[in-house]
Ligand binder design. Structure first.
Ligand code: GUN
Length: 296
């Protein structure tokens, strides 16, 4: 059996078309949604991601601005920029691209973002709402993108055993929360595996849906996957390849070639979850601009 490829690019296009319509409706009411992306330093991957987010936002009719700060920006200056964006009525949503340089206290930065503008859903207020099952707030873009991709490809996690490998605050943990709630895309039986998980291969082999989000190339091999499982690869890793034009190529956390022979469906890297993340971020900007995310 060779797995069906779940093309995130096509599904993301459909979501982006919906976002575009929502943006037009907001503009007709006199509101132009605005997104600010704060980029610190010159991390090559971050620079690419930020460029994609900006372009996708502009394409949807969202006003997008990138605030690019030098790698040695002091903590106080970065926090001051956040406060200025907090106060700017044209900015409905903002994100601070991660990772931040080592001298920066990332938590202090993220906690300074006004929760109503926190379209990455990293402020504790929004994480708390999500965890408590108040699903009217923001949903973090990558986990929401994984769910949307699964649902639109006909793979509902409801009642399924889902194993996630990786417990990051951006992907693994919030995805485990989204999957466990009683709502659309939820009602799964979730296992959150990580670096201390014993017998990882036995845990992954139980999964009907396996999500790899560990940041380790080729961590998930064919023998770790149940026949007929759906495999979602969130990893984006640069590995050296001197035959490639740039001297590297992108691979996921899943050994694609061998897992493709075992799984029923699999997401590619690139072109799988990545485009979904961008689309779901835009959806959060629309949510913020429409005033739907209110604090109580
Ligand atoms: N770096 C990698 N993924 C993300 C993301 O979803 N949001 C932010 N802010 N930084 C990231």
């Amino acid at each position: 059996m060779t797995a069906r490829i779940l093309h995130g690019v096509a599904v993301a296009e459909a979501v982006r078309a919906e976002v575009k319509r929502d943006v037009e409706a907001l503009k007709a009411r006199g509101v132009t949604p605005g997104l600010a992306v704060v980029l610190v330093g010159e991390n090559p991957a971050s620079t690419v991601y930020v460029g994609r987010k900006r372009e996708a936002a502009l394409d949807a009719g969202i006003e997008a601005r990138v605030v690019h700060l030098p790698a040695d920006v002091p903590q106080a200056k970065l926090e001051q920029v956040i406060e200025e964006l907090n106060a700017d009525p044209g900015v409905h949503g903002m994100i601070v691209q991660l990772p931040l340089p080592r001298h920066i206290d990332a938590r202090a930065v993220l906690w300074r973002i006004r929760p109503e503008k926190d379209v990455d859903c990293l402020h504790p207020m929004n994480v708390g709402r999500l965890t408590a099952g108040d699903l009217d707030g923001f949903h973090p873009a990558t986990p929401a993108g994984v769910l949307e991709l699964l649902l639109r490809c006909g793979y509902s996690p409801e009642g399924m055993r889902v194993t996630i490998v990786g417990r990051s605050n951006i992907v693994g943990r919030p995805l485990s929360i989204l999957l466990s709630h009683n709502w659309r895309g939820g009602n799964a039986t979730v296992t959150l595996a990580h670096t201390r998980t014993r017998e990882l291969d036995a845990v992954t082999a139980e999964a009907d849906i396996l999500v790899a989000a560990s940041g380790k190339p080729n961590l998930v091999t064919g023998d770790m996957v149940k026949a007929g499982a759906v495999v979602v690869d969130v990893g984006v890793n640069r590995v050296e390849d001197l035959s490639a034009p740039k001297g590297y190529r992108l691979v996921g956390d899943v050994a694609f070639e061998e897992v493709q022979e075992v799984a029923a469906a699999i997401t590619p890297v690139p072109g799988g979850v990545g485009p979904m993340t961008v689309a779901m971020l835009l959806r959060n900007v629309v949510k913020a601009a429409s005033g739907a995310v209110k604090l109580r």
